[in-house]
Ligand binder design. Structure first.
Ligand code: TYD
Ligand code: MG
Length: 452
């Protein structure tokens, strides 16, 4: 009997070892090395589907390569296009990660149903009937999308050869299984082998492949880190499951920027693209309430108006509580210290709660000024005018610092009907004749004059 061939893989980073050891040399994690059965046949008879392989071209000089013909497939979903940098690049491998139940399958099925191309949607997780039921909710009239329930890569390639799709979606990479490796689906060696086969397929036929990847408890895509290095684009689908908003961002993109953000709203009939997020992120109120301030932030190239809410109250327990949702708690503590030391507000004995509405997380430093304004407003119990907004960073000495692309923020605020925007005096602004008042300030005291 032939000896069973096994190798040891670190389940954290995917490093390979000949024998077991306690700690992984590559990522230094303990107890992550596990044995996996691998068995390569003598001669690999797997080949790229020939009919589609015909499209493979001979070597070309770089200036002979024609980019004018559809280098990208337009998905007809403007948020998805934006995050990808303008559409799906031919021959690219995209990995979409996200927590279970966040809507990865829904998003890709929806994109598949909208695509004006022949799509093969391969699912290893749901039956054809289940997918049909989901499709009924989203977009029941489609003639271009084929559903295949299969987990063996060799069978998938066989079907691709017959069908000749223009794009392939795989739900999910962890359910795939290749005959050339003996270990079970979802193991490091299987994921690696299946991804390699798919990359070979995508590059040789220029058919783009989108993979869904599961996420582990600590937020990493399950499987080797190498998976992220192997693919061209890594997208992350995230959001608070209690909120209806879902955010799509690119963690890695060989063909575009990683700053872009796509926003969706989960509805009964699938995901709705949110093209003007500012309108929903700002809650509508009949009366002015203290503790609310609006920040003019930027996510990628897109301006976003975000509402910051603060609640400052006398601490009932000895140690005051500080808590922040959607904002870095350390940064909140820093801003509170600045307020205490530089502007003389006694916040040391108060509880401070901060919330960014809409369940989104912001890391644009331009939100600082709105955070300070919301805290001051709640502390003094004076409402800030609803049509004021803020865009500036706050430094350790209480100085108001300039932020990048301030003019774009001002124009967005103007478009949304704000009457004044507070920015740093040190921002260079060459805008002329705006209907919005640009309030230049240089320290926290200047802000206090206006709002308290
Ligand atoms: P799903 O795409 O199955 O998540 P994932 O593939 O990331 O695990 O998303 C399932 C959730 O989305 C589920 O809780 C139901 C909800 N949903 C809607 O609210 N509306 C819809 O139209 C669909 C299809 C799903
Ligand atoms: Mg799913």
């Amino acid at each position: 009997m032939a000896k069973v061939k096994t190798t040891f893989f670190c389940q954290n980073c995917g490093a390979q070892y000949a024998k077991w050891q306690g700690q992984c040399n590559a990522c230094k994690a303990w107890n992550t090395i596990a044995e996996e059965v691998i068995q390569k046949p003598e001669k690999s008879d797997w080949k790229i589907p020939t009919s589609s392989a015909k499209r493979v071209s001979k070597p070309l000089k770089i200036n002979e390569i024609d980019l004018s013909k559809d280098a990208r497939l337009n998905t007809l979903d403007s948020e998805f296009n934006r995050v990808l940098g303008g559409g799906i690049v031919l021959g690219s491998l995209t990995l979409l990660g996200g927590e279970p139940g966040i809507g990865k399958s829904t998003l890709l099925l929806q994109v598949s149903l909208k695509l004006p191309y022949k799509v093969l949607y391969v699912s290893g997780e749901e039956s054809q009937k289940q997918i049909k039921m989901r499709a009924e909710r989203i977009n029941p009239n489609n003639n271009n999308c084929y559903i295949l329930t299969e987990t063996k890569t060799q069978n998938i390639f066989k079907q691709i050869e017959v069908l000749e799709p223009e794009i392939v979606v795989i739900d999910s990479i962890q359910t795939l299984h290749s005959d050339y490796i003996d270990s079970s689906s979802g193991s490091i060696s299987q994921i690696k082998e299946c991804t390699t086969e798919l990359i070979k397929f995508a590059k040789e036929t220029s058919i783009p492949v989108i993979l869904i990847g599961h996420i582990t408890k600590d937020g990493n895509i399950a499987g080797p880190k190498i998976l992220e290095h192997m693919v061209d684009t890594v997208l992350q689908f995230e959001g608070d499951r209690n909120h209806v908003f879902r955010i799509l961002r690119a963690n890695k993109n060989r063909f575009g920027s990683t700053n872009e953000l796509g926003i969706y709203e989960m509805q009964g009939s699938g995901l709705r693209e949110v093209s003007n997020p500012s309108e929903i992120l700002i809650s509508k109120k009949d009366e002015e309430l203290s503790g609310n301030a609006i920040a003019a932030t930027l996510e990628g190239m897109r301006p976003l108006m975000i509402e910051v809410q603060a609640l400052v109250s006398t601490a009932v327990y000895g140690t005051p509580q500080r808590s922040a949702t959607g904002f870095n708690a350390k940064r909140l503590n820093m801003l509170l210290a600045v307020l205490e030391k530089r502007a003389g507000f006694r916040l040391g004995a108060k509880d401070v709660f901060l919330n960014i509405t809409g369940g989104i997380t912001v890391d644009d430093p331009a939100i600082d000024l709105a955070v300070i304004a919301a805290i001051l407003s709640s502390n003094e119990d004076v409402a800030i005018q609803q049509d004021f907004c803020f865009a500036a960073e706050v430094g350790l000495s209480g100085e108001i610092r300039p932020v990048q692309r301030v003019e774009q923020r001002i124009l967005e605020a103007e478009k949304l009907g704000f009457s004044a925007i507070f920015v740093s005096k040190h921002n260079k602004i060459s805008l002329k004749s705006t209907s919005i008042k640009i309030q230049l300030i240089s320290k926290i005291e200047d802000l206090v004059e206006f709002i308290v």
